[in-house]
Design a protein around this ligand. Structure first.
Ligand SMILES: *Cc1c(COP(=O)(O)O)cnc(C)c1O
Length: 413
């Protein structure tokens, strides 16, 4: 049986074995309730579209929080994965393999840097960056043992590990998970004066989302990222740009930092790097920084596995021509032009860059908006309270994008 055959068999089984209602009941009964999905049970997907078990089609305007930047099952990515499935999928880092060096070299080149540390999930990339900054702080900068401080920003989202939620300002994400990891200092997002004031000789790094996604697609004031860069350089701290959601074409450039010509000391990548097929994440940095790691000091069984590297290499090859970034910029400005004319008494604010928008509603809840959009065949996701996020796959056609925006317009009228 090929992968395609077994996927179709699974889809048929889902059709035959259970109704949407039964499947949802099973999910509610047997999966922890750490999510509250919209009542849509997807069984197939292609490009920008997904199909549910009742045969209804929906336009995917979330794209798995940017993990599906290239659409569902992009033929180039599926082909790369299938080729690798026939060769070798996992060796662990105990041995080298023929996809590993090329993946690291090509990813470093895409970022204009020279060294990569691959992991699997975004949170692991963030954890890796935190470890890198601390180790660099003690061994290179000379910070006294256990005194390192990392500055992060209010409203951040960097993942779900115990250490990462320790510096979250979202009480849902953080409450009841203490004792919390010390060593983090929070300042208001976009506030350079507050950032400057938070610096002292113990600060080893600044962890920043170039655009805050979960917070509602918050774009910082122009000059903020260059200011972070300057402060980090002046004070001898590492600038860590969490581009897990904002990177790899989402904002109309390879990285959101590119819009302000900022090169951080570390790019934290994930989501789209795995092409929507496998989890792939990485810290992309420089050899003078990542050389703090010696054998045995950090790692992951699955990090940099052959399948992940093969898919990741295809993602990098697709991004290296610039066509997806251009598409995102062009369709993104079209989307933002149209969204800007929504009635401001209903949609209080529209934010974002490229094919990425946060719409803040005046009185409707984000959840309610997303429910109504789903009824109209558009899948989107609310963030905090009254905001929804639109982040379609970069492969979406202009007609489909216009249709989705038509549905938003119909809903606010
Ligand atoms: C999704 C996300 C993460 C965490 O990635 P996971 O793969 O879910 O662990 C970290 N940072 C940002 C900005 C993200 O959007």
């Amino acid at each position: 049986m090929t992968v395609q055959d077994s996927r179709e068999a699974a889809a048929r089984a889902a059709h035959g074995a259970s109704t949407a209602g039964q499947l949802r009941a099973q999910t509610l009964a047997h999966s922890a309730h750490n999510y509250d999905p919209l009542p849509v049970v997807i069984c197939e997907a292609d490009g920008a579209w997904v199909t549910d078990v009742e045969g209804r089609r929906y336009l995917d305007m979330l794209a798995a929080y940017s993990a599906i930047n290239f659409g569902h099952r992009h033929p180039r990515l599926v082909a790369a994965a299938l080729r690798q499935l026939e060769r070798v999928t996992l060796v662990s880092r105990a041995f080298d393999h023929d996809q590993f060096g090329p993946f690291c070299a090509e990813l470093a080149a895409l970022a204009g840097l020279d060294m990569v540390l691959p992991m699997n999930t975004g949170a692991e990339a963030v954890e890796t960056a935190i470890k890198t900054a601390r180790k660099w702080g003690y061994e290179v900068k000379g910070v006294p043992a256990d005194q390192a401080v990392i500055i992060a920003f209010e409203g951040n989202f960097h993942g779900r590990t115990t250490t990462i939620v320790s510096f979250s300002t979202d009480e849902d994400a953080r409450a009841s998970y203490g004792p919390y990891t010390p060593g983090f200092r929070l300042v208001p997002y976009g506030d350079l004066a507050a950032l400057a004031a938070a610096f002292d000789d113990r600060v080893v790094g600044v962890l920043v989302e170039p655009i805050q996604g979960e917070a509602g697609v918050l774009v910082p004031p122009a000059g903020f990222l260059p200011g972070v860069r300057e402060l980090c350089t002046a004070r001898g701290a590492l600038m860590m740009a969490d581009e897990i959601q904002s990177g790899l074409g989402r904002t109309g450039d390879t990285f959101a930092c590119d819009h302000e010509n900022v090169v951080p000391d570390m790019y934290l990548l994930g989501k789209a790097l795995g092409g929507g097929i496998v989890p792939v994440s990485a810290v992309v940095s420089r050899s003078d920084i990542l050389r703090v790691f010696k054998p045995g000091q950090h790692g992951s069984t699955f990090g940099g596995n052959p399948l992940a590297c093969a898919v990741g290499r295809e993602v990098i090859a697709m991004l290296s021509t610039g066509e997806y970034q251009e598409r995102s910029a062009k369709l993104g400005s079209h989307m933002h032009d149209r969204l800007a004319s929504l009635p401001s008494d209903v949609v209080r604010q529209v934010r974002g860059r490229g094919l990425w928008a946060g719409l803040e509603f005046a009185s409707l809840s984000g959840r309610e908006v997303c429910k109504r959009l789903a009824e109209r065949g558009v899948l989107a996701k609310d963030t905090h309270g009254s905001t929804i996020r639109l982040a379609p796959p970069l492969v979406i056609s202009e007609d489909d994008l216009d249709w989705a925006i038509d549905q938003v317009e119909a809903l606010v009228r």
